[in-house]
Design a protein around this ligand. Structure first.
Ligand code: ADP
Ligand code: MG
Length: 339
């Protein structure tokens, strides 16, 4: 019998992994912004052209990379963020899979420029479809700039599958807003085709929300604060009278990571029961802090879904504290809506 199993070459493995990590230009935006945050940037700039189809570039003033690290950063499973599987349960970084840059470089043209504070000169690397086509010593500010051009240049099926510029831009703005909301102490700017879309100075959480969603948002916000052994909550819910037919501004962040959770969303709906009409949705901007050992983030490559050890308790605390806040601000009617 002949043996037929072979190890896939790296560039093929990277392209397959890229299918999971990079669905559209917005996925690149998310990965690059998260890397900039992990690099402790104070100011992050996002430049986009043609809804990210021709360019997604993130420039940060973070710690930068050494020459060796710059080169290694594009290898699969190459990460500075964890060393062992146990580290997965005490994460304080966004990244840990070491897959994003390898994946992106497999399906685009990537130009990296990076320099560490203590170095006189930095490194520039150009990669096209996993292949390093140039590496130079350059003069560049401390920090990192990664430009991703011609996404899916070598996967026509993926490129053709992209939606209109309006739709892809919407996805990019969604990712940008999620990251910016999770990190009000970092300043962010975003440009699309040369025009400024967002300019968000360093601020507190309320100001960040208002800077993103407009000055009228300010009067809508009811603070929610809770501090228990298992869950710390901070943030805001929208007053019931501002509830809308469309689900717009609904954000959960768990340990500064945007997540989607139908179950926790239901806790909010339950807290608003009797205060808003059926079929309308209240907005919320809630930061949940839990012990990292009680969650598993590694259940999906994009990390927007996580697994909690004890969802039921979180649900109960969340519902109660939102209800309490609504009551405190004299928004809940005196009638008891509990059944
Ligand atoms: P991960 O974020 O999961 O570690 P990535 O592929 O996104 O994997 O990045 C690989 C490594 O490259 C990171 O662990 C980090 O050391 C380095 N890196 C990536 N982006 C930046 C950046 N903007 N500034 C400094 N280092 C970076
Ligand atoms: Mg990363």
């Amino acid at each position: 019998m002949a043996d037929i199993i072979q190890l896939l070459p790296d560039h093929v493995a990277n392209q397959i992994a890229a299918g999971e990590v990079v669905q559209r230009p917005a996925s690149v935006v998310k990965e690059l912004l998260e890397n900039a945050i992990d690099a402790k940037a104070e100011t992050i700039k996002l430049l986009v052209k043609d809804a990210g189809k021709t360019l997604v570039q993130v420039i940060d003033d973070g710690v930068g990379m050494s020459v060796t690290d710059a080169r290694l950063s594009f290898e699969r499973h190459a990460t500075s963020k964890i060393r062992s599987a146990e580290d997965l349960f005490q994460l304080n970084t966004k990244g840990f899979r070491g897959e994003a840059l390898a994946s992106i470089a497999a399906i685009a043209h990537v130009e990296l420029k990076t320099k560490q504070e203590q170095d006189e000169v930095g490194t520039a690397i150009t990669i096209e479809g996993s292949e390093v086509v140039a590496q130079d010593i350059i003069v560049t500010p401390t920090g990192t700039s990664i430009a991703v051009k011609h996404l899916f240049f070598n996967i026509p099926a993926r490129r053709n599958f992209l939606k209109s510029n309006t739709v892809e831009t919407r996805h990019i703005i969604d990712e940008f807003q999620r990251v910016a909301l999770a990190h009000p102490s970092i300043s962010f700017v975003m440009y699309h085709n040369g025009s400024e879309v967002f300019n968000l100075p360093q601020s507190n959480y309320r100001q960040r929300i208002v800077n993103i969603f407009g000055p009228k948002t300010n009067e809508k916000l009811v603070p929610v604060n809770e501090d228990t052994d298992v869950l710390k909550i901070s943030g805001f819910v929208g007053k019931p009278e501002y509830a809308k037919k469309s689900r717009g501004e609904q954000f959960f962040f768990v340990n500064h990571r945007f997540i989607k959770s139908a179950y926790l969303n239901h806790a909010i709906t339950a807290a608003f029961e009797g205060l808003i009409k059926d079929g309308t949705h209240a907005s919320y901007f809630l930061n949940l802090e839990v012990n990292p050992q009680t969650i598993d983030i590694n259940i999906h490559p994009t990390k927007t879904e996580i697994k909690f050890d004890d969802e039921h308790t979180l649900y109960a605390i969340l519902r109660a504290s939102v209800k309490h806040s609504l009551g405190q601000f004299n928004i809940a009617p005196v009638l008891d809506f509990d059944r």
